[in-house]
Design a protein around this ligand. Structure first.
Ligand SMILES: [Zn+2]
Length: 191
């Protein structure tokens, strides 16, 4: 268990993955209980603000006809179309105005699950002096998984906030947790 007010230290950052309307109930690619991560993440956001810890938030940001959509032969229904309500961050998420937004999924030639996939995020984190990331968001077995593995591959320490993420499927979540743990991620639930 980790209390957000005591867990964060110098060199930490909060990385919130894809907490967008389309991944929440009522959205185009809704994850069961997806909006349940919002109140938990808000506690971490509040603690981060109080401690002067930087907050990064990634977003899936697709052009119309993106190759990840089923009509184009991809695995997903159309979701997170640029500048639509579905692509907006969940309105309950208390992101401060100085949140550093990481946009992915805008490429025409490939999808990007990881917030580290050709975004340059590792360079920005390095410049900001970040060494350890607290990660939550959606979905645990897709973009959170890929982002955590990407962060570890770039040498960052990672703690997954277990109660601040939800998987597309329970089996996928179990598999993702095994993979993330095997790659060196730590896990904490919010106290
Ligand atoms: Zn997507």
């Amino acid at each position: 268990m980790a209390n957000p007010k005591h867990a964060l230290r110098d060199g930490d950052a909060l990385l919130i993955v894809d907490v967008q309307n389309d991944f929440c109930p009522g959205g185009a690619l809704a994850i069961a209980g997806g909006d349940g991560v919002v109140p938990v993440l808000n506690r971490w956001i509040e603690a981060a603000r109080e401690a002067g810890i930087a907050i990064y938030a990634s977003r899936d940001w697709h052009p119309a006809g993106h190759l990840s959509f089923v009509d184009e032969g991809g695995p997903w229904p159309p979701h997170c179309l640029q500048d639509t309500e579905g692509a907006a961050f969940h309105s309950g998420l208390m992101l401060p105005s100085d949140t550093i937004v990481v946009t992915k999924g805008a490429r025409f030639d490939q999808d990007q699950y990881s917030a580290f996939d050709q975004t340059g995020l590792e360079a920005r984190l390095g410049r900001d002096g970040v060494r350890r990331l607290w990660v939550g968001g959606l979905a645990e077995d897709v973009c959170v998984r890929a982002t955590v593995l990407g962060a570890l591959a770039h040498g960052f320490e990672v703690v997954v906030i277990e109660d601040a993420t939800r998987p597309v499927t329970p089996e996928g979540g179990e598999e993702a947790r095994r993979e993330m743990a095997a790659a060196g991620a730590g896990f904490q639930t919010t106290d």
